[in-house]
Design a protein around this ligand. Structure first.
Ligand code: BGC
Length: 904
């Protein structure tokens, strides 16, 4: 379905969205949010919502541009209901024509869902528990995958349709990952459904429109289900069965007949199951598809399933089902090879781009039983030989196809990989480039911005961040697509601002935040990644060092900082409202730890009362990751030792700095949510923490206990340094940067604030030199080495071309992409949702031109500047601001389409 705009109404509202999506068919809330972009300056607006019978269920009106979305407040919405809404605005030319859109409602309330969980006949997955130590030591299973992993299963059940159908919806989900079909045809275009959630708290339910797929008489609904995140090998350790040992499926079909009757049918004891052609299918290891075992027509009418097995219908429904919200994972693109060549070990394919997805092969003329193996990697050695950049337990990333002797187009169904190169073994000849494609998988978010400039390296840096965002926004936001695929909270926290420029991330991150909230521990702490399985808690409890960390400053603070970023960029208070209680629980947790514990180094010291009182305010005793991966802390040691250095050196200070920042953000959120007393209290607490921090850790000239850039950066960014000592602290930071040869030495936490802090404390040239630096560690070093995504380590390819065994697709250091939009292009929101902006490009950054745009909730801001010539800007209705170039400031009104200035 798409939005329709009445004809002849050039200025009708457009981009009508419900829950920030265009015409969603199954929203998961009773209070949907409506947004639209008016065709002109909007003086007033009117909106109404109709149910399927054409009855108006809500009418609303207002003046001006609503501050955030308009929230439904009409009669209760029907589960599985269909609604239409329309909106028009009053402009200087009168009322526009109505623009209309639609939305459907999911099964919302307890009781709407009646179907039981149904388990196909299966042997439970083998429980494998690997520790980080196993991983570091290179341990792992001795048995090959085909003996450890198990097949995907097929479940089929017929339903009878005896009257004409006007509307039919299939609600389906799985413990595992599934693909549903009706009469042999796949429903929808989503892959990896139901997506990853913190399954013991939430399992998402998809809704498919199957009206056109049904026919009179018998119909068959089929589901193929594989291990996925539920039983499969996941996370850094590759341990299996982290949520359960057995897969299960459930579906419920809602059929509306032409005669007005409605019927609900569901999967149950009548269903039959069988192992399918996938001998195994694991998200990390890969899948093995034996075409000889395919059962053509298994999911269509007339198939003889008499040798299939009965299913098990489960009594318990303890795992909460929730409507899937946001955009599903889809095939979002295809990449053709840029090179196909013969090697001693097989055909080596280069797709020219590190990406996430899988390889599709056109296979012709293979003999029966021929095994084709597809391996994946992100990088090659200096002399272009195969190099597996991710090794470790259950990290094979290899797919196997066994031919039935018939021609086939094979694309794996129940796995995906991170790669740029594929090695194909088993073909008789080098494949023709046209027979090989990389199919890109990602949560299908709409693009929201672009950045291009006169230096192709900077343009490439931006594109690298975009590709890493795409590759790691697969159902949940992950650190990397090949080694862990975990929803690391810290990574998202630092990348969130950049992410908003590249795609419309609000619904995607709202859903992830629902998982983070579900995973919040009973003591209020927020886990370091989400979804989180109880297996992770067991592991943390038994391991030492940073492997024992389950909550961490800078990571757990995502519960406050990500919602705040989203609020700033989208202007929708719902995200603050939803996360507010969780934010407070995290704050209370920190307060309690501060009150009751001191850092280990002080544990046996008798503290004087003043120090004791100060210490009791500071959240500085929980272990955390510090300024994770700060370059100098990694030098000269084996990686597994080196990664402990930044936590040990900086952890004590990182804790209270984030504590203060989170308190400040929560205070601002309280104001937005109309809680002035809590706002004042939180702000006062933030001030106390800052004062205690300054007294404990900041010396008279602004010096901090450890001479690391990241500490200074965060202390300055989060206002931890008293005003009179800021200059001193900034000067130290500048010295530290210069001492490293104008190079950054910041980790995950310091990096997103480094350039801003240098800029704002008056070291603009230094900020520019760090950005333009091309010796490692630097952003452009990787670009010069041919990077096509963001790397986890700055020098992941050494100057002599030697790659290291690390992630080549890690968006955290891509946080700089936000700087490209805010400072280089110069588009800076100064009010929530870009209601106001400052346009202030860095004309002295060394570029001769920049072109960029951001699709804000109010429409597109488009900007192009050319040094010494012009600046062209177009602002949509509802966005106004100031343009600053040098000392010139020009006020621009909403809807301004062009500002052309003779630039100095
Ligand atoms: C992940 C990170 C994560 C970090 C925390 C790593 O293994 O890949 O991106 O934030 O651990 O320590």
């Amino acid at each position: 379905m798409t939005n329709t705009v009445a004809p002849h109404s050039m200025s009708a509202c457009r981009d009508l969205r419900t829950e920030h999506l265009i015409a969603p068919i199954a929203i998961g809330t009773e209070r949907p949010r409506f947004t639209w972009i008016p065709g002109g300056e909007q003086r007033a607006w009117e909106l109404d919502v109709e149910d399927a019978a054409g009855e108006t269920v809500w009418r609303a009106e207002g003046t001006g541009f609503p501050r955030g979305p308009v929230v439904y407040d009409g009669t209760a919405l029907d589960a599985n209901g269909a609604y239409a809404w329309r909106v028009r605005s009053l402009t200087s030319e009168g009322w526009t024509a109505w623009a209309t859109s639609t939305f459907g409602v999911a099964l919302l309330r307890p009781g709407d869902w009646q179907a039981p969980w149904v388990e196909p006949a299966q042997a439970g997955t083998l429980i494998e528990r690997w520790t980080l130590l196993d991983w570091i030591r290179g341990g792992g299973p001795a048995t090959p995958e085909q003996d450890r992993l198990r097949p995907a299963n097929l479940v089929r059940q017929a339903i009878e349709i005896d009257r004409p159908v006007v509307r039919a919806r299939l609600y389906a989900t799985a413990r595992g990952i599934y693909q549903a079909t009706v009469n042999g045809v796949t429903v929808g275009d989503e892959v990896l459904a139901p997506g990853f959630d913190s399954y013991l708290h939430r399992v998402s339910v998809q809704c498919y429109d199957i009206t056109a797929a049904l026919r009179p008489g018998e119909n068959v609904i089929g589901i193929a289900v594989a291990d996925g995140w539920w039983t499969g090998r996941i996370g850094i350790t590759g341990s299996s069965a982290q949520f359960g040992q057995r897969t299960a499926v459930a579906w419920q079909a809602h059929i509306d007949y032409a005669d007005g009757a409605t019927e609900v049918m569901m999967l149950g004891a009548r269903a039959r199951s069988s192992a399918g052609p996938w001998l195994y299918a694991d998200l990390f290891v890969g899948e093995c598809y034996d075409a000889r075992k395919a059962r053509p027509g298994w999911d269509a009418v007339g198939f003889d399933a008499s040798d299939w097995q009965p299913v098990r219908v489960l009594e318990d429904s303890t795992h909460t089902l929730v409507p899937f919200t946001g955009e599903p994972v889809r095939r979002v693109g295809e990449v053709a090879p840029v090179d196909v060549r013969e090697t001693d070990e097989g055909a080596l394919i280069d797709f020219g781009q590190v990406l996430v997805g899988r390889v599709r092969l056109r296979l012709r003329g293979l003999p029966e039983g021929r095994r084709i193996t597809i391996e994946h990697t992100e990088v090659l050695t200096a002399d272009a030989a195969w190099f597996q950049n991710i090794v470790g337990i259950n990290k094979e990333q290899a797919d196997v196809f066994v031919s039935s002797g018939e021609d086939a187009d094979y694309e794996p169904a129940f796995t995906f990989h991170g790669f740029r190169y594929a090695r194909i073994v088993g073909l008789d000849a080098l494949p023709a480039p046209a027979d090989v494609r990389a199919v890109v998988l990602a949560s299908d978010l709409a693009d929201a911005g672009s950045f291009e400039c006169s230096d192709p390296r900077l343009t490439r840096l931006h594109r690298n961040a975009v590709w890493s965002q795409r590759g790691n926004f697969v159902s949940i936001p992950t650190d990397c697509p090949q080694r862990e695929r975990a929803g690391w909270t810290g990574d998202m926290q630092v990348f969130a601002p950049a992410a908003t420029n590249n795609s419309r991330v609000l619904p995607f991150l709202e859903r992830w935040l629902a998982n983070v909230r579900a995973d919040q521990f009973s003591d209020g702490a927020v886990p370091i990644f989400s979804p989180w399985s109880p297996v992770n808690s067991d592991m943390a409890a038994t391991e030492g060092g940073i492997a024992a960390v389950s909550r961490a400053a800078g990571w757990s603070d995502a519960i406050a900082l990500v919602p705040w970023t989203l609020y700033e960029r989208y202007g929708d208070p719902r995200v603050l409202e939803e996360n507010w209680p969780a934010m407070l629980r995290w704050i209370d947790y920190q307060r309690e730890v501060a009150r009751t514990r001191v850092p280990d180094r002080l544990a046996s010291t008798e503290l004087d009362p003043v120090t004791r009182d100060r210490q009791a305010l500071l959240y500085n005793s929980d272990q955390n990751f510090g300024d994770w991966l700060a370059p100098s802390t990694l030098e000269g040691r084996p990686v597994h030792e080196a990664i402990g250095i930044a936590p040990a050196l900086t952890g004590e200070y990182i804790g209270p700095m984030y504590q203060a920042q989170t308190l400040t953000v929560a205070a601002r959120a309280a104001e937005i949510l109309g809680r002035p007393e809590e706002a004042a209290d939180l702000a006062a607490r933030a001030a106390e923490v800052r004062a205690a921090f300054a007294a404990e850790y900041v010396d008279v000239s602004g010096g901090l206990p450890v001479p690391l850039q990241g500490l200074y950066v965060l202390a300055l960014a989060f206002d931890m340094i008293p005003e009179d000592r800021r200059r001193g602290a900034a000067a130290r930071l500048a010295e530290l940067v210069r001492a490293r040869g104008d190079r950054l030495d910041t980790g995950f936490l310091g990096t997103p604030h480094l350039l801003d802090v240098l800029w704002e404390t008056g070291y603009r040239d230094l900020a520019r030199r760090v950005l333009w630096q091309s010796e490692p560690p630097s952003w452009l070093y990787a670009v010069d080495r041919g990077a096509t995504t963001m790397w986890e380590n700055w020098a992941a390819i050494a100057p002599d071309g030697t790659p290291s065994a690390t992630s080549f697709n890690h968006y955290a250091f891509g946080c700089v992409d936000d700087w490209l939009f805010r400072r280089i292009a110069g588009i800076r929101p100064t009010a929530p949702g870009y209601a106001e902006v400052v346009i202030e490009p860095d004309l002295d950054c060394g570029l001769s031109w920049v072109r960029a745009h951001v699709d804000t909730p109010r429409g597109r801001i488009q900007l192009a500047w050319e040094r010494g010539r012009t600046l062209e800007l177009s602002l949509p209705p509802g966005v106004s601001g100031r343009v600053r170039t040098g000392d010139d400031v020009v006020v621009v009104h909403e809807g301004t389409t062009l500002v052309a200035l003779g630039l100095a």
